[in-house]
Design a protein around this ligand. Sequence first.
Ligand code: ATP
Ligand code: MN
Ligand code: MN
Ligand code: MN
Length: 285
Amino acid sequence: LTLAERASLVGPLDYKVLKTIYELNSNYEYVPYSVIINKLGLLERELKEVLLKLYNLKLVSKEKVLKETGYRITFAGLDTLAIKKLYANKVLNKLGIIIGEGKESNVYFGYDFSDETIIVKFHRVGRTSYKNIRKIRGIKYKEDWIKLTIENAEREFSALSCLTNNYANVPKPLGQAYNAVAMEYIQGNELYRTNLNNPEEVLEEIISNVRIAYQYCGKLVHGDLSEYNILIREDGKPYIIDWPQWKKDDEDLLFRDLTNILYYFNKKYEIYKDIDQVINYIKGE
Ligand code: ATP
Ligand code: MN
Ligand code: MN
Ligand code: MN
């Protein structure tokens, strides 16, 4: 089942149980069955049915805790809560197909209530090391993993907000819920697979956007700037995407970001720029 299909199968009662498990996961690595039933006051038969459904849809995982079964929300479970909340907030009417499965996120098309195409990015943190960490018992690793994932979404949303308010070329943020960020769809291709006919201009524009971030968003530095995280819109404008790893006031990171970009334009387009001069311009010195 696709994420959209799974989310549409989650009814109001399923949602309530899923949300309760998520909330209790800050206290319990796996929430014991008895805790869930006490909290919700549902009939035994009713709750068991819902839990089985959530488990079959892979929205929760389960594990024996002492003598009962404990439940924990999964990434797909978080995605589902996010979809429902973005819908309630009138940001997302319908989720579309997946367009990118990155190391740190799954990116989907979506449609807003005017039927415009938008992007929904579902963050994932610690996915690669999940299986290894899973073996370690007794530490609250998964709580951190949910929390870090949601923090990443919040961090990306806040960066995009400041950048948009200061007229930087980034996707406009439309909403944020749980691990998801909804944003404007930039129609175009990544820089690495575009052949620019005005590379000097594009490089200038990238640098001036890095400058806006630094000057107007509290010395904000992207932290993963490269030809993979810049989209060239159909009209030729460069858009900087993928912001969750930003840091503030980190000169080494700023240097690294610019080294990547200047190196790329040098290699592909034989444009040379002095990095110290560029950094001085960005810092406004
Ligand atoms: P990575 O694993 O490379 O670090 P990521 O998981 O952090 O990636 P992003 O780089 O933000 O995620 O997005 C992944 C891909 O999804 C992008 O390379 C781009 O093709 C597409 N994408 C993301 N945001 C947008 C957007 N606003 N408009 C159009 N396409 C987008
Ligand atoms: Mn990356
Ligand atoms: Mn990326
Ligand atoms: Mn990334």
